[in-house]
Design a binder for this molecule. Structure first.
Ligand SMILES: [Zn+2]
Length: 385
């Protein structure tokens, strides 16, 4: 993987959304397994006094059911490559007679099993014929490991450890029915506790704010079917590419849609990944758009002004590039467009702001409880959210 940088591209440098870029929500809650949980490996299974052979999960238990898969916040079928990777992991367990264990964050393999699996997946990766196959395998493997490691550890809805579940404090809200948000998420952000994109479907529901995992064919097909149906003029990507022409929300969206007409649904794609990963994600979207429409996706950038600034309740730990904040900014800017004034977008944005505050509190409480500093000295570690 490319090295990551501590910034993310969603809002662009001209966006003065939050004034404390040095104090980022993302970096505050960096997941450094060594600093957070110690290096003790966690098993995906409950401890048992039975002999290892007896408590090893069966193939049926290891498989991901549709219900379990969709419980994590998606409406797609279980991706076939993810199923395959899980089967291969179980086979490897048998072959080497060593149980799968996971690191402190439950997202990566650890210990002896990891050593064997590393060799195996590298060989598999090298054997794949082209970059598309490699990407799909990379994504499926990431997702499979996170799914198995997070079982019984994370709450499926809020992606927090079960003892920190914040679900009872989240208030849902209907997003205006003409809007649909796609969280185009990098596999490394899937099931991350401090990911904020997940808040969007927690608040608006999975039909209004849908997860689309980068490199997962079932997800990308589902999204592109909808985008095709809507047509290029109803689709925007919130990503201010330096080399691409971006429009403002007012000019781009405001002029394209007359909400009084039965114009169909407007789709907004938010790229949910680190800066370095986002470039590849953006390229993949644009390649597909050119294939489908012969033209690139329309890109919008937020150009927040005074009116937006004073509506937001700035939190020093919110990153101006955090995904939920991007959605909040988008809704506030749409609200300023005269044609969109009467759809309650401000209230819908506030619902996510409130959820973001709840997440921040939950993560802070967890950190304090585990005896970790809440200072931001670790901000240069890997960025996420
Ligand atoms: Zn929860």
């Amino acid at each position: 993987m490319l090295p990551s940088t501590p910034t993310r591209p969603l809002l662009g440098s001209k966006t003065p959304l939050f004034l404390h870029p040095q104090q980022t929500f993302c970096n505050f809650f960096n997941k450094n397994p060594n600093s957070q949980m110690g290096t003790k490996p966690f098993s995906s299974k409950s401890p048992s006094s039975l002999p290892a052979e007896a408590h090893r999960t069966t193939d049926a238990e290891a498989a991901i059911s549709l219900q379990e898969w969709q419980g994590w916040g998606t409406i797609s079928p279980v991706p076939s490559m993810v199923k395959q990777v899980i089967q291969d992991l179980k086979l490897l367990e048998k072959d080497i007679d060593s149980e799968m264990t996971f690191d402190g964050n439950h997202g990566k393999l650890s210990g002896d099993f990891k050593v064997h699996e590393d060799k195996k997946h590298r060989a598999k990766y090298a054997s794949l014929g082209n970059s598309e196959e490699k990407l799909q395998f990379f994504s499926a493997r990431q997702i499979a490991c996170r799914l198995l490691g997070s079982r019984g550890y994370l709450c499926q809805k809020c992606w927090l450890p079960l003892e920190d579940c914040m679900c009872s404090k989240v208030t849902t809200c209907s997003l205006w029915h003409k809007l649909r948000i796609w969280l185009y998420m990098h596999p490394k952000d899937f099931l991350r506790q401090n990911n904020t994109g997940k808040l969007l479907w927690q608040v608006y529901g999975v039909q209004a704010a849908s997860l689309c995992l980068f490199g997962i064919v079932e997800h990308e097909e589902m999204m592109w079917n909808e985008l095709n149906h809507a047509g290029r003029n109803k689709v925007w990507c919130l990503y201010p590419n330096k080399n691409a022409v971006t429009e403002s929300v007012k000019d781009g969206v405001g002029s394209a849609v007359d909400p009084a007409n039965e114009d169909g649904i407007m789709h907004f794609i938010l790229i949910d990944g680190t800066w370095s990963n986002s470039n590849a994600m953006f390229r993949r979207l644009q390649d597909r758009a050119k294939l489908v429409w012969g033209q690139e996706l329309r890109c919008i950038s937020l150009n927040t002004g005074v009116s937006l600034m004073h509506k937001l309740r700035p939190q020093p730990s919110w990153d101006r590039t955090c995904t939920a904040a991007a959605a909040i900014g988008l809704l506030y800017e749409l609200q300023l467009v005269p044609e969109f004034r009467s759809f309650g977008l401000e209230k819908q944005a506030e619902a996510v702001e409130t959820a973001l505050e709840v997440l921040l509190k939950a993560l802070t409480a967890r950190r304090l409880r585990m005896g970790r500093s809440i200072s931001r000295r670790e901000r240069h570690n890997r960025d996420i959210c």
